[in-house]
Write a protein that binds this ligand. Structure first.
Ligand code: ZN
Length: 154
């Protein structure tokens, strides 16, 4: 299971996270599935629609099951991304987001809001406004995150 993407995609994810710091950035990865591997063709930036509370909730890993359940990427954003992807003959193959001043590991919030098994989740840590660790995780059929290999194509 490997996620293939261009160096420019990684750079764009890092820049996005630096631009929105100290808030999180997020976006969808559009591309193609081939067996267990995926290839990113385009990134779809999502503008955060929630307020600053989310950052606090995520860093402390608070329960997100309550009536105020929030989504890092809203169902509506997914639909818009899906529509755009279809026009380009691509699928949504995963998403990315940043962890401002927080390690590049899935948080309890990420686990709680992950939906589709087979999706790749890229997380970039932004420390004091500068991008640092960038990691990739597969949300597997046991509804758990496992490390996924990243290969750059150029
Ligand atoms: Zn997260």
């Amino acid at each position: 299971m490997t996620l293939y993407l261009q160096t420019s995609h990684l750079e764009a994810i890092r820049r996005h996270g630096e631009q929105t710091y100290p808030r999180e950035c997020c976006g969808l990865m559009l591309g193609t599935f081939k067996g267990d591997d995926k290839t990113v063709h385009e990134l779809w930036r999502v503008d955060n629609s929630w307020d600053g509370e989310l950052e606090v909730k995520e860093s402390i890993g608070a329960d997100a099951q309550g009536s105020e359940r929030r989504f890092l990427i809203s169902p509506q954003d997914y639909l818009e991304g899906q529509k755009y992807a279809r026009q380009k003959n691509l699928d949504i193959i995963g998403n990315y987001h940043s962890h401002p001043d927080h390690p590049a590991r899935p948080s309890p919030f990420d686990l709680d809001t992950a939906t589709f098994s087979g999706y790749s989740h890229i997380i970039v840590a932004i420390e004091q406004g500068a991008s640092k660790d960038l990691t990739c995780w597969l949300f597997n059929e046991d509804r758990a995150f496992e490390p996924e290999a990243l290969e750059t194509l150029a």
